[in-house]
Design a protein around this ligand. Sequence first.
Ligand SMILES: *[C@@H]1O[C@H](CO)[C@@H](O)[C@H](O)[C@H]1NC(C)=O
Ligand SMILES: *[C@@H]1O[C@H](CO)[C@@H](O)[C@H](O)[C@H]1NC(C)=O
Ligand SMILES: *[C@@H]1O[C@H](CO)[C@@H](O)[C@H](O)[C@H]1NC(C)=O
Ligand SMILES: *[C@@H]1O[C@H](CO)[C@@H](O)[C@H](O)[C@H]1NC(C)=O
Ligand SMILES: *[C@@H]1O[C@H](CO)[C@@H](O)[C@H](O)[C@H]1NC(C)=O
Length: 349
Amino acid sequence: MRYSEKNNAVSITVIVLSLIFFGVLYICISTTSIFQYCFPFQNCQQWPSSDMNIMDAPKDDLEIALEEASMENRTVIIAILNKAYVEGDAPGKTMLDMFLEAFWVGENTIPLLDHLLLVAVDQTAYDRCKFRRLHCYKLVTNETDFSKEELFMSEKFLKMMWARVHFLGDVLRRGYSFLFTDTDVMWLRNPFNRLSSDESVDFQCSSDHFNGDPWSYNNHVNTGFYFVRPNQKTIALFDSWYARRENSTGMNEQHMLEKMKNEDVFKQLGLKMMFMDTVYFSGYCVDSWDFNAVTTVHANCCRGTRAKVSDMTVTLDDWKKYKSSTNRTMTFKWSNHTACIESWLTWQV
Ligand SMILES: *[C@@H]1O[C@H](CO)[C@@H](O)[C@H](O)[C@H]1NC(C)=O
Ligand SMILES: *[C@@H]1O[C@H](CO)[C@@H](O)[C@H](O)[C@H]1NC(C)=O
Ligand SMILES: *[C@@H]1O[C@H](CO)[C@@H](O)[C@H](O)[C@H]1NC(C)=O
Ligand SMILES: *[C@@H]1O[C@H](CO)[C@@H](O)[C@H](O)[C@H]1NC(C)=O
Ligand SMILES: *[C@@H]1O[C@H](CO)[C@@H](O)[C@H](O)[C@H]1NC(C)=O
């Protein structure tokens, strides 16, 4: 009896001393800088990133903007805005007006504006965004001033497009899914109902001409409307995409992504990519044949803001007629995109 009690007391003393010893050792090691990122009670970085310690730093403006616009499941809608889209050169509607008007006339699309983050690339666009009481973020780059409507493929236009890729990569690194939309895309229904909810699909991309097979790499990418989930693979894709700007003479970011798709970069990264059907995600290149299914209409295959705004007005009128009709089994037809067709004729002369 006595022997056993003595034995217990020794064991307990040994355990207590060991706990103290290892406790002190743990604190010593963990406070040295080498181990700073590896101990569980300190902030380990969630995403591999060379240029950020966002977990340690106080929240920056982008983090705050994303939090405000985000859905509960860390999903945001992102559009880029510049001065040319908020100020018409002629009296009348601007691109931003048309973009927002579509949410107004669309079916249950107004609540989506709560999750739209408008990324302004100049002060005028930012001021207009704030004036509309939307979620706005001012993208500061030291590259150039993006306030003018830059000619397609001009040097400044390309810089703006690459800044966009860099920015969106940053959004992924912060763990947000995003649905990127150009402002010439009219949202008539909620796109999230038509996107694949399969979480293993990393990248869903719109296409001007859909070939009928969502998995076919013969579809061409259109970077004016796409949905990406954040993970190591998509972050690697955006890093690689942005790095390739150095070798991108004569190409914009969309050409480059198309090239990367053709070179099987998606497959090499293990990315699962699918294309959107134009019956839901339509445009002026290919109209949706079904008014009961159409979700977005992209003013693609068109040159210049003025022609787009003009034809977008007509498209929204077509849509309003459909919406106010009491017989939705009627076959509705879209009007011709006259201004956009003409925009190419005047361009070629
Ligand atoms: C800004 O300028 C620096 C130095 O020229 C450069 O390294 C960096 O890539 C530029 N761009 C951004 C977005 O910071
Ligand atoms: C996030 O939640 C919204 C609203 O419930 C849903 O429509 C959307 O599909 C979700 N997004 C993702 C990536 O799961
Ligand atoms: C650009 O091209 C050069 C020469 O072909 C190559 O060495 C380099 O790795 C390329 N850079 C990127 C980012 O692909
Ligand atoms: C609706 O339109 C279709 C096609 O024009 C027609 O066949 C149908 O009879 C109409 N239904 C009603 C209730 O008017
Ligand atoms: C639309 O264009 C087609 C083909 O160019 C033409 O046949 C048709 O008459 C046009 N429709 C309208 C309403 O102008």
